[in-house]
Design a protein around this ligand. Structure first.
Ligand code: SAH
Length: 497
């Protein structure tokens, strides 16, 4: 990221006096470590007539990610690549503002012992920011850039940068090339950039300080209070900074929730369905999770499956149950969560298994909403309590990956029956059983979904209850067994594409 500050000279003062104001000698190129990379200050020109200082911030995207990781829990595997391949090294974001604040600290305060009169005087200035993020749309784009800088006395040239100059049809990117011209105090100009770069930057910040409001007031002294966009500026400036604090809080909250969930899930899963007669209750009750695994194993046995993939295997309880079945020769467990897979590996004692046993089982990380060649060639696939964790708009992608691409002979799907929730004593009315559930379907909804998938991909489907089948609300868990019949239209169409 890059920005230049230029000024012109006058008879009584050479332009290169800019060096005094910035506290950086025009004859030298200097580098300063900042928290996000090296900041270089150098002068492409430093004459009597004109002087230009350049600030170049060399961002270390890998370092950014590592630092982010160290603080939070985990990181986001889904967006692993986006963390490294992004605009951070190129676009003048809030990180440039941070560097500006670090490298030109004294200049921002308007301090200059050698040329105090110069520091206090408005100077003819030109500031360029070749790549400035400014999301298009109502609250962005070149228009917003003008609304932010013009009231401060700048002449603003903000040209949208085309997405790709070779393909003008593609339109403009969300970046503009900015040139500001005006006669302002250098300290004011720097302070304005310090505040407005983060306001224009739409991505999240990697830093936060507790005294941001005070700082904004300090840096905004003399220009911010009367700015017509005061509300937008403060909202965005502070929201960006607070977003990190908030997201840290959210992460902690999520971690806490996740742990509570595991307990809650265990409680509900191990709860005894309340439909039992007294006589049944005297016998040792079977937890729902155990009943569910038994129902799945039974469905696989009925289908004659020997090679099974457990999609969304979680912590491996079904994998363990499948390995107890002698007729099942091979089990592949797939989950997107490396944490869950780690627990599964420990629980299954993968490291201590006999070679023969180990040859039967494999755990791999994968996302079910993407086609995956590793999932092809199995007799059967199981989606046990998984579909309700997938955002409804992503569900068709999972359907295609499983029924269209992997296409096992049998697919067993289980999901909660929302109607049964009124029977759980521990579940407040209107609540789902698990905070990560994106939906819970009643019997009609599940049937409609299953039939539509079966029709679309050339499967037949049969339904079975798991747990006590309540005459009014049905069973706690619903199970569907899909059996492949003919070649589906979708698969053929996909093959033709
Ligand atoms: N099948 C297990 C776990 C159910 S919990 C059981 O019956 O006990 C749901 C699991 O699905 C979680 O482990 C979650 O990580 C996984 N999951 C959710 N969405 C996924 C996706 N898109 N790709 C892969 N796994 C996913």
């Amino acid at each position: 990221m890059f920005l230049t500050i230029s000024t012109t000279g006058a008879p009584e003062r050479p332009a290169s006096d800019l060096g005094f104001l910035l506290h950086k000698h025009p004859g030298k190129a200097q580098s300063f470590p900042t928290s996000h990379g090296l900041a270089h200050v150098f002068y492409p020109e430093a004459g009597d007539e004109r002087c230009t200082a350049a600030l170049l911030l060399e961002i270390d995207p890998v370092g950014l990610v590592r630092r982010g990781r160290g603080k939070g829990r985990g990181g986001s595997p889904d967006f692993a690549l986006a963390q490294y391949v992004n605009d951070r090294p190129y676009a003048a974001s809030s990180l440039l503002a941070v560097a500006l604040g670090a490298v030109f600290k004294s200049a921002m305060k308007g301090r200059c012992d050698q040329r105090p009169e110069l520091a206090a005087a408005p100077l003819p200035l030109t500031i360029t920011v070749p790549v400035l993020p400014a999301k298009a749309g109502q609250d962005g784009g070149p228009e917003l850039v003008r609304r932010l800088f013009e009231p401060l006395g700048w002449q603003v040239q903000a040209e949208p940068i085309p997405l790709d100059p070779t393909f003008p049809d593609w339109g403009d990117s969300r970046y503009v090339s900015l040139e500001l011209t005006g006669t302002l105090r250098l300290a004011d100009a720097l302070n304005q950039l310090y505040v407005l770069l983060p306001v224009l930057d739409d991505s999240k910040h990697y830093w936060v300080a507790p005294d941001e409001v005070d700082k904004l007031l300090r840096v905004g002294e003399g220009w911010l209070a009367t700015h017509p966009e005061l509300a937008l500026i403060t909202r965005r400036y502070l929201a960006r900074r607070w977003s990190l604090a908030r997201s840290a809080m959210e992460q902690l909250e999520l971690a806490r929730l996740a742990e509570a969930d595991d307990r809650e899930l265990a409680e509900i899963d191990n709860a005894v369905p309340e439909q039992e007669t007294e006589q049944e209750a005297e016998e040792k009750p079977t937890p729902l999770a155990v009943q569910r695994r038994a129902a799945i194993v039974e469905a696989l046995r009925a289908a004659g499956a020997t090679r099974v993939v457990d999609l969304g295997c979680g912590e491996g309880s079904l994998v363990a149950a499948l390995l107890k079945e002698p007729r099942i020769t091979e089990v592949l467990g797939v989950d997107v969560s490396s944490r869950a897979l780690g627990i599964a590996a420990r629980r299954l004692h993968l490291d201590r298994m006999s070679e023969r046993q180990a040859a039967r089982v494999r755990l791999v990380q994968g996302a079910l909403t993407y086609t995956d060649a590793r999932l092809t060639g199995y007799d059967a696939a199981v989606l046990a309590e998984v579909i309700e964790h997938v955002d409804p708009p992503r569900l068709p992608a999972l359907e295609y990956a499983v029924f269209g691409a992997a296409r096992p002979g049998t697919v067993v799907v289980t999901t909660p029956n929302a109607e049964y929730n009124v029977r759980w004593e521990s579940l407040p009315a209107g609540h789902v059983r698990h905070p990560d559930h994106r939906f819970e379907w009643d019997r009609t909804e599940f049937r409609a979904w299953a039939e539509q998938v079966a029709d679309g991909y050339g499967y037949g489907v049969a339904f079975a209850p798991v747990g006590p089948d309540d005459p009014e609300v049905g069973p706690p868990t619903q199970l569907a067994t899909f059996t492949r019949t003919d070649e589906p239209q979708q698969a053929q169409e996909a093959a033709n594409r």
